[in-house]
Design a protein around this ligand. Structure first.
Ligand code: ATP
Length: 248
């Protein structure tokens, strides 16, 4: 249902994505694993359409030239030229790296802002769901976003993305900077969200270990290219993948 083909992204002459193709079927969790600078964020920006906004901003500021090639299809329709806002309306929602929650708004306000695409009954129902899947948020609804721990911030960031009613949720390094215990907890929640809400999820992460148990399929990104892909077990059994991404 979601398919990217031959994605190429250049920042000026620097190739950040090199002919990347990937698929995410309905209700699948797909992992994208890669080291720093492998191109994970660029890929997430390209799938969500944010790259078009970045390109426009650079053009207007007389900055670097960004070139985008390839196809992104959602339910059979080519959306590579669609703005991020229209992709969001279609259900493609990005939860960006480093969380980007609003530090001066409360937890509840952050969640309500996320619900701008939802009807009021959807917003109410999803808010209840977010409290069920992330119970710690319930106790801190009035706290400012800037005063949350890393784990709470990430729960809020995912909760806010859920409020936008995703059909495809894009998570960019959701575990970054969190303790191993919180990482495993969040990975479990991500799987529960898929199981309970039936959405598709693409999750980009540097360290595969906490994420690999919850994925259906995964891709390894190196220097902007998808060099290995396979099902969960296949990736776990691949010795190169194991030593580079599982730390074993
Ligand atoms: P990280 O884990 O550090 O976020 P990443 O896998 O998300 O890494 P990207 O941020 O997509 O990687 O970066 C891919 C490559 O493109 C890197 O070499 C990076 O330096 C480069 N790059 C990213 N954004 C820009 C930009 N706006 N202008 C020029 N080069 C960029």
């Amino acid at each position: 249902m979601f398919e990217a083909e031959g994605l190429m992204v250049f920042y000026e002459n620097m190739l950040a994505l090199n002919n990347v193709s990937l698929k995410c079927e309905e209700t699948q969790i797909v992992g994208i694993f890669g080291a720093n600078s492998a191109g994970k964020s660029t890929l997430m920006y390209t799938l969500s359409g944010i790259i078009l906004d970045i390109r426009k901003k650079e053009e207007m500021a007389g900055g670097e030239r960004i070139t985008i090639r390839g196809r992104v299809q959602f339910n059979g329709r080519d959306i590579i030229s669609d703005k991020p806002s229209s992709r969001a309306r279609a259900g493609i929602i990005l939860c960006p790296e480093r969380r980007r929650i609003f530090p001066e708004s409360t937890v509840l306000e952050n969640l309500r802002i996320g619900g701008y695409l939802a009807t009021s009954s959807q917003a109410r129902e999803t808010l209840d769901y977010v409290m069920t899947i992330f119970p710690p948020l319930k106790r801190i609804l009035k706290r400012l976003g800037g005063f949350l721990s890393g784990g709470e911030q990430q729960m809020l960031a995912i909760g806010r993305a859920l409020m936008a009613q995703p059909k495809l949720l894009l998570l960019d390094e959701p575990l970054l900077g969190l303790s191993p215990a919180i990482q495993y907890l969040l990975a479990k929640s991500i799987k529960e969200i898929r199981d309970q809400r039936g959405m598709s999820i693409i999750v980009a992460e540097q360290y595969a270990r906490p994420i690999i148990p919850i994925i259906d399929y995964g891709y390894i990104l190196e220097n902007g290219a998808a060099v290995v892909d396979g099902g969960r077990q296949e990736l776990m059994d691949n010795p190169d993948v194991k030593s580079a991404y599982f730390g074993t």
